[in-house]
Design a protein around this ligand. Structure first.
Ligand code: PLP
Length: 229
């Protein structure tokens, strides 16, 4: 099952990227939250190079059991007091959305003299249940990040609202793509708008068509999640 699912997802990504407004290559992040090491390692054996988790403890618990070195992504809300557990292991934090978190990352990273790579999360649907900065706060926030020399901003992340309206979804994704271009034009020091992380199982093809180059896919690869385990 897993092998076929992964194959199918990769083919869909390929086809969607041929229709993308950016024409860029798309990076798949396999979202492994709630799934066990057996399944995750099986996916890695089929060529998955990037995995995403949304909880610090879960990531910490799993990382030493992986069969080979893969890129680890923190995709969920991150509490400042948990930064210390993961800042050295993670290749990209997708959920930078406030100064207090940036301060903590800066503090830890400067002690080790490393740069921590982050995406700025945007709350594109203005949903109270989701993290992320309001659209209009993104540019000033990124400008202020130039004072944080141990944080490297690599792009933007967003989750579209859970709706079926294709036109509305496209509009959200397009707005994110335009925002990425807008920030890129500013040419802020230490800021590269390399990645636009958007698109999940239910909407990744649309997201890619509208310019996403990093998709975070869980259920379409691993099946339904069981949160009771
Ligand atoms: C769980 C999760 C995903 C993957 O969701 P699916 O619908 O299973 O593809 C993507 N992004 C974030 C931030 C998540 O928490």
């Amino acid at each position: 099952m897993l092998k076929e699912n992964l194959q199918d997802v990769l083919e869909r990504i390929d086809r969607a990227s041929a229709r993308s407004i950016s024409g860029e290559k798309v990076q798949l992040i396999a979202v492994t939250k709630t799934h066990g090491l057996d399944l995750i390692n099986e996916a890695i054996s089929y060529g998955v190079t990037d995995i995403g988790e949304n909880k610090v403890q879960e990531l910490e618990r799993k990382k030493d059991g992986l069969i080979s070195k893969v890129n680890l992504h923190m995709i969920g809300n991150l509490q400042s007091n948990k930064v210390k557990y993961i800042y050295k292991d993670i290749c990209l934090i997708h959920s930078l959305d406030r100064k207090s978190l940036a301060k903590e990352i800066q503090k830890r990273a400067s002690q080790d003299n490393i740069k921590v790579h982050c995406l700025v999360q945007v709350n594109i649907g203005r949903e109270e249940t989701k993290g992320g900065l309001a659209y209009e706060k993104v540019l000033p926030f990124i400008e202020s990040m130039m004072d944080y020399d141990h944080i490297k901003i690599d792009g933007l992340m967003a989750m579209a609202p859970h709706i079926d309206d294709e036109k509305a979804l496209r509009a959200y994704f397009r707005k994110m793509f335009d925002l990425k271009e807008l920030v890129a034009k500013e040419k802020f020091d230490g800021v590269d708008m390399t990645y636009l992380s958007m698109g999940m199982s239910n909407d990744y093809e649309l997201a890619i068509e509208e310019g996403s180059n990093m998709v975070r896919i869980g259920s379409d690869i691993f099946g339904k999640r069981d949160y009771s385990k």
